[in-house]
Design a protein around this ligand. Structure first.
Ligand SMILES: [Zn+2]
Length: 139
């Protein structure tokens, strides 16, 4: 079922764009929101969030990448899958809120811009100056 060359049905093997496309038989951007292929994707991503909640107790989970960006319908599905999987095991009512699992505010640019900010901070540290807020802060 999964396409990971190392593990078969690991998270990436099940929920990466090529895996979803292979199961649906078409490119990811052509898969409608009501296609049944999204249900197992939401399930495995919900399992990931379940693990993140129990191991790191995050205040928010930001999910980006090619699958999540452009598929806003996945956010409530992933959140529902996570809440259902946790089944009340942890008493954090905020995990059921829409703002708990969100897309990156910078969309597809979050990764490259984050790397630039980290580089800016490392340079400022090396230069002995405090890192500036930079031009890449979000409103
Ligand atoms: Zn793998």
């Amino acid at each position: 079922m999964g396409i990971c060359p190392f593990h078969g049905s690991c998270l990436e093997g099940l929920a990466a764009g090529p895996a979803i496309g292979a199961r649906a038989g078409c490119k990811g951007e052509d898969i409608p929101a009501d296609h049944p292929v999204w249900e197992p994707v939401a399930h495995v991503l919900g399992q990931l969030c379940h693990t993140l909640v129990l191991t790191g107790v995050p205040r928010r989970i930001v999910m980006g990448g090619g699958v999540m960006v452009g598929n806003d319908h996945l956010f409530p599905r992933v959140r529902d899958a996570m809440v259902q999987s946790l089944a009340g095991y942890i008493a954090l009512p905020e995990i059921a809120e829409p703002a708990f699992i969100v897309p990156p505010a910078l969309g597809g640019n979050a990764g490259p811009l984050g790397a630039i900010v980290l580089g800016e901070q490392a340079l400022a540290e090396r230069m002995g100056t405090a890192a500036s807020a930079g031009a890449f802060t979000t409103p």
